[in-house]
Design a protein around this ligand. Structure first.
Ligand code: MF3
Ligand code: CO
Length: 267
């Protein structure tokens, strides 16, 4: 398979799919609070996806049993929601969600603090998000794919965090996972040329301690080997001749990012 270039009408469907997903994420973010279970998040998220006319794309994907991946604290990604995992003050929770609209996939992830969290945990969440913006500064036609990987690596490494290497970002479109794989760490080669019309899911997964991860016995949940917290931030983007379009960013998030120093310093 090669990297697909979307036509204008496909891009329009990607935009809609991604906008609907951004609304799901925004509403899930408001819903996160101490006392709810990870299954509550999944049930609410799946209801929102369907209400908006989408189909959950994670459900039954390679046998995954839920619509939203909910990963708490040392869980990196692909946590399986359950009724007995109750969020408590001080936890951090990563929500990874996607949907299909008229055959086109969207994919995005956010990490939220549950109630009051430590300043260390907040910094991990902030740096993970900012690393995405550092990466996509390089995401325009004419540059090369691994320029994004190197930019994420260069941004994160000074903080002493571990960048997960076992999982990557990916192309996205009529399939959830398309070519290319997009590592979040520096590569020896600059990789394929970026072209206008590519749609990519960029998703740094950053650990407070070691980069090493392992899989739990459920064969899905990825956890840090040292038990330290991990954060995840993902958007589906569109490559253009200039700045990429961040298709899964919600209007309210855009306002907050523009109000802070993130857009000025990172975009
Ligand atoms: N966003 C995730 C990824 O890109 C999708 C979860 S795959 C699932 O890998 F199977 F867990 F749904
Ligand atoms: Co993804």
């Amino acid at each position: 398979m090669s990297i697909t270039i979307k036509t204008e009408s496909e891009i329009e469907l990607m935009r809609i799919s991604c906008r609907l997903l951004s609304e799901v994420h925004y509403e899930l973010g408001l819903y996160v609070k101490p006392g709810i279970s990870t299954a509550d998040i999944n049930d609410y998220g799946e209801k929102l996806i369907r209400q908006k006319g989408g189909i959950p794309n994670f459900l039954h994907y390679a046998g995954y049993p839920a619509s939203i991946c909910v990963s708490v604290n040392e869980e990196v990604v692909h946590g399986i929601p359950t009724k007995d995992r109750i969020l408590k003050e001080g936890d951090i929770v990563s929500l990874d969600a996607g949907l299909i609209y008229k055959g086109y996939h969207s994919d995005a992830a956010r990490t939220y603090g549950v109630g009051e969290i430590s300043s260390e945990a907040q910094q991990l969440i902030d740096i993970t998000r900012e690393s995405f913006f550092a990466g996509i500064k390089k995401a325009y036609a004419g540059n090369r794919l691994h320029d994004i990987s190197a930019a994420i690596d260069d941004f994160v490494t000074p903080y002493g965090y571990g960048i997960v290497e076992d999982l990557c970002g990916h192309g996205i479109g009529t399939h959830l996972h398309e070519d290319p794989m997009i590592p979040n760490f520096r590569q020896r080669r600059r990789g394929p040329k970026l072209k206008k019309g590519m749609t990519l899911a960029i998703e740094p997964m950053i650990n407070m301690g070691t980069e090493e991860v392992e899989w739990l016995d459920d064969d899905w949940t990825v956890v840090t080997c040292d038990g330290a917290y991990s954060a995840h931030y993902e958007n589906t983007i569109l490559i253009t001749d200039s700045e990429p379009e961040i298709l899964t960013l919600h209007e309210e998030e855009r306002k907050i990012l523009q109000g802070g120093d993130i857009c000025q310093s990172q975009m």
